[in-house]
Design a protein around this ligand. Structure first.
Ligand SMILES: [Zn+2]
Ligand SMILES: [Zn+2]
Length: 246
């Protein structure tokens, strides 16, 4: 199954939004930029909850609880494995007891995992919101949502994630740009197009594929193709995702 999504850039326009992603073309330098804002790392509810918890228990006690529930989780997993691997330790009469034991260890695993996650998230927030410059907790925060940026150049395709943090107290700023690995290769552009009439100006034989195809992700084979009108300057990006039917 093939589905094409078309992103249109009428003559003179170089930016378009499609499914939360901003596409920006730069015909002069022959680059295409795709950017997307992600959700902030911590929601306002989770921040508030962590601060309340820290006020009630203190950061050290939250850490202790996170460690405790991790230990309890590992212990109940071990107990479950023991019940599964060595049922011979139990007599036939205690078979009922054995299945109740297995059930209880599974329930406690879920509960301990939840509690561990709860305290762990609070610990993470306490650590992330600590400002190294002024030494205060709960002041370091994201002032802008994280940005994923993919840049397609003639000879390279890069992906980065930028996180924007600053301190509410002392103004210390930390903007981190992390390179992300991406599966990419080029595929040759098509010379002769079946449909080459421009939708914008109506001229026949004026649409050409002007850049090689960016192919992302070997499994999904997401293709990005680039077209333009030689007559009026209309540009178009086509996204094509092939879904493998098994
Ligand atoms: Zn600070
Ligand atoms: Zn045209």
């Amino acid at each position: 199954m093939t589905k094409d999504k078309r992103i249109r850039f009428p003559s003179g326009s170089y930016q378009a939004f499609y499914e939360d992603i901003s596409y920006r073309i730069d015909p002069e330098n022959d680059t295409v930029e795709m950017t997307q804002r992600l959700n902030p790392r911590y929601s306002s509810e989770s921040r508030e909850e962590a601060v309340n918890l820290a006020n009630k228990l203190g950061i050290e006690n939250i850490q202790k609880r996170a460690r405790l529930f991790l230990k309890l989780l590992l212990l109940s997993i071990l107990l479950f494995l023991f019940l599964v691997i060595f049922p011979a330790y139990f007599s036939i009469e205690s078979e009922g007891f054995l299945s109740v034991g297995k059930f209880l260890t599974i329930v406690s695993e879920i509960a301990f995992l939840y509690m561990f996650g709860y305290y762990r998230a609070a610990v993470n927030y306490c650590m992330d919101s600590y400002c190294e410059k002024c030494g205060k907790h709960f002041v370091f925060e994201e002032f802008e949502a994280p940005l994923v940026k993919e840049v397609s150049k003639i000879d390279a395709y890069t992906k980065t994630l930028t996180r924007y943090w600053h301190c509410r107290n002392c103004g210390h700023k930390d903007i981190k740009v992390e390179p992300r690995s991406i599966n990419h290769h080029h595929e040759k552009k098509q010379g002769n197009l079946r449909e080459d009439t421009c939708e914008e100006c109506g001229k026949e034989h004026s649409i050409e594929e002007y850049r090689n195809i960016d192919v992302l992700n070997y499994a999904l084979k997401k293709k990005i193709r680039y077209f333009k009108c030689r007559n009026c300057g209309y540009h178009e990006i086509r996204l094509n995702k092939k879904f493998k039917i098994v």
